[in-house]
Structure formats: C-alpha cells, structure tokens
Design a protein around this ligand. Structure first.
Ligand SMILES: Cc1ncc(COP(=O)(O)O)c(C=O)c1O
Length: 427
C-alpha cells in the first residue's frame, strides 16, 4: 500500500475492468477527476490510499447504518469466520435472522434470503407473475430497483405508460412487459390501470424514492397505489432496499402503515455484506421452490457472515434506539446546512428524511417527481462535491444520489461537516 495514488490505480484498473470500476456510480463520471481509491475505513471516516481522511456520507450507499467496522459487528463477523464462512447447507444463523425479522415485522410472514437487492427484486417479480398468471409490471419513473432486465426501462414516447429499455442488451420484448408512469400522479395511475389493469401482475415502488434525488411521496399517493392495485388484482411490491431498516426498524411500511403484498430488502439487512431478502404474504412465498413452482436459488444465499453481521447490526440499532438518534442528528445537520446556505445567499436546498439527505438547488415546492429536479443539478453538485473533497467530505459521487448518515456520525462530526460543506459551497 506504500506510495499508491488514486490516479495511477485508476489507470491500471481501466485496463482490465470496464471503466475501471465494478459498479458505474463509483466512477466519478462527469467529475473531471479520477475516483479516489480508499484503503481503510472506520466509523464515519474513510482513508484514501494517499492517507487523506474523509467524513463518509456515502457509507457504501447505505448498508453501514452503524458506520464502518462497528466493533460489535466486527466481533460477530470474526467469530463467524472462525466457525465457518459458508455451508451450502442448512444452518441456524440465517434462521435466527429470519425469525428476528419476522417477529419485528409482522408483514414478513415468510421470507427468503438472497445475495443482493437486485436478486430480491427479480425474485419478488417472479413470484408476483406466478401468483397472478399475468406478465406486466408497473414501475415509476425515478425509482431504481437494481439491474434486473425488466426494470432497466424508461418511459417511452408513445402511449402513457409504455416503456423502452434504458440499457443496451435488454430485449425490446422484455421492456414491453414493463409500464412506466411518473410518481405523484393519481391521474396517470388510474389511467394506466383502466387501460391495462387486468394484465399487470405487480406494481413496484420505492415507497421513499431515494435513487434519483430524495423524492418523498405524499401518503395519499402511496395509499392510492395500494388501493388501485388491489381493485385490479395486482400485487404491490414495496422496494425497501434503501428505506428498509433505515427510516425506521419497519422501514416505510412502519412509517406509512401501508402493508404491501411483498417487500424487498437489502443493504442494512446484511450489515455491509452481500445480502438481500424478499418476503411478505405467506401464501405468496409458499409458491417458492422447493415448496412451490417458482424456482429461485443461490450458492451463497443466506451466507452466515452476512447473517451474523445483519442481526448484530439490527439488534444494536434497536437496543440503542438508533433510528430516533439518527433522525434527530440528521435533522439538526440538515438544518445547519440549510441555515448556512441561506445565510450565504447560496442557491442550495437540503431535503431530509430520517437519516437520508439530498442537496439540490430548487427553491420551489417539494420535489416529488423527476421532471421537477432542476436541470442544473449536475453542474451545481459537481462544484460542491469537488470542493467538499478538498475539505475532507466524501458525498456519494453523483448529483442524484442521496447522503447517508450513520450512528458513527456523532453530533460533533456532523456539526463540523456541515461547516465544511457550507465553506465548500461558498468557495
Ligand atoms: C431501491 C433499490 N432497489 C434495488 C437495488 C439493487 O440492490 P443491489 O445493488 O444490492 O443489487 C437498489 C440499489 O441501490 C436500490 O436502491
């Protein structure tokens, strides 16, 4: 690790890895600088290979709600590794996590662990299609559900709801099975169901859309989604890969009181290891193999290291009243930013929900749809991001990604960081 620098590592990486990265958002695309290579992480901090320290507001895009290398999680992981790190057979570790989740989240009558959020979503869609005998899926513009073929789609230019693939390699026939409508529009929702309701197996939504900015939805809209779907025999899938165990123990299901048919989780549920989960109504989950006809499997599914990390993370959050603390700290942090931006007459706003935040530059009403995001969001964020880096602040390297606060971000760290972000914005 001696004498390494991010630029030369990125050059080396680009020779053997597409774009030099293993997931596109890590690439600092549009930032006019090589991504920082990190060698170490602890609590709220990341250390680059050059030895510079940053307050990390990305936290691996959400899984690390306790921060990096939480000592309790670390102990559980080391203990597990000392015991075994995969069985490919039955073991009690996943059972413990499954039972804990099902007890805390009564709507998770039955569940299955997988290895990523994408897998969880893909599997939930398959169950919904099998249960309804229908093939179409309805999604909302601005919601991301992983890189499953049928959800890598964008609103088409033709009939409202029509979609085309947003990635090369997704067959047009697959994209045509997905309908896309804007968030926050009861009218579009009603009209797509009036036209195609009998063919829609499932409507999938991030109940707190947090992948294209932070687009908090009105509760009435979410209620309408559930009600219209029910009327048409369509299943509702809440994708809580980000919001699950983040905004509250019970995620947005707890916050809204709305119970979907199926829910997908990821990120926090594995405590920083690759874990996803889908589950919900028992009658639906009983369709999954080996009990039922829906095939879904995984060599490393319910990996015991992730199971232990996840359970210790969740238990610690509950014991420490972590969600309330996080909410309070993030709210104070967001307010400090907002005040600092206003005091310096800066054209920046902070959106905050629980321990998520997003900085944008629209002064108007709350942004609930993609088209309301200001067109200069990207250049404005780039400036803030690069100056923030100089000040030791690491925001997720993309204008549309939210910021994540962890329990390792103390009130002091947050107050200091707010000051540094305001200074960066003023430069
Ligand atoms: C809401 C949502 N669903 C699904 C996914 C995909 O999860 P993964 O990246 O673990 O495959 C993500 C990832 O960010 C997500 O935010």
């Amino acid at each position: 690790m001696q004498n390494l620098n991010s630029e030369s590592l990125f050059e080396r990486s680009k020779k053997i890895v597409p774009g030099g990265v293993h997931s596109p958002v890590r690439s600092f695309k549009g930032m006019d600088q090589a991504p920082i290579f990190f060698k170490k992480a602890e609590g709220a901090y990341l250390t680059s290979v050059e030895g510079k320290s940053y307050v990390d507001f990305c936290q691996s895009f959400g899984p690390l709600i306790l921060g990096h290398r939480d000592p309790e999680v670390q102990e559980a992981v080391l203990e597990m590794i000392d015991t075994a790190w995969t069985f490919g057979a039955c073991e009690p570790y996943s059972l413990e996590l499954a039972e804990w989740i099902s007890e805390e989240l009564p709507w998770m009558e039955k569940l299955r662990f997988v290895s990523s959020g994408t897998e969880a979503v893909m599997s939930a869609l398959r169950v919904a299609r099998a249960a309804t005998g229908r093939s179409k899926i309805l999604k909302f513009d601005g919601c991301y559900h992983g890189h499953v073929d049928s959800l890598l789609v964008q609103a088409g230019s033709g009939l409202a709801g029509e979609a085309s693939s947003s990635s090369a390699g997704v067959p047009a026939e697959t994209a045509q099975q997905t309908l896309v409508i804007p968030l926050d529009s009861e009218e579009k929702l009603e009209s797509v169901f009036a036209r195609e309701g009998s063919q829609i197996a499932a409507v999938i939504i991030e109940p707190l859309p947090a992948n294209y900015g932070l687009l908090e939805q009105r509760k009435e809209f979410l209620q309408k989604v559930c009600a219209v779907a029910k009327k048409h025999g369509t299943l509702v899938i809440f994708d809580e890969v980000i919001s699950g165990f983040r905004v509250a123990l019970g995620g947005m299901v707890e916050v809204t009181g709305l119970i979907p048919d199926l829910v997908t989780y990821g990120k926090i549920i594995g405590g920083g290891f690759p874990v996803g989960c889908y589950g919900g109504r028992k009658d639906l989950m009983d369709l999954v193999a080996p009990l039922g006809p829906v095939y879904q499997a995984g060599t490393l599914s319910a990996n015991p290291v992730g199971m232990r990390a996840g359970l210790v993370t969740l238990k610690k959050m509950k014991r420490e009243n972590g969600w309330v603390k996080l909410h309070e700290r993030t709210q104070a942090f967001s307010l400090a930013l907002q005040k600092g931006f206003a005091k310096n007459s800066l054209d920046l706003q902070v959106e905050n929900f629980a321990s998520l935040f997003w900085i944008h530059n629209s002064a108007g009403a709350k942004i609930r749809t993609v088209e309301k995001i200001p067109t200069n969001q990207a250049p404005s964020f780039k400036k803030l991001f690069l100056k923030g880096l100089k000040n030791g602040i690491y925001l997720a390297p993309n204008a549309y990604e939210v910021g994540f606060v962890s329990l390792a971000h103390s009130a002091e760290i947050l107050a200091e960081s707010a000051q540094k972000i305001i200074e960066a914005a003023c430069e």
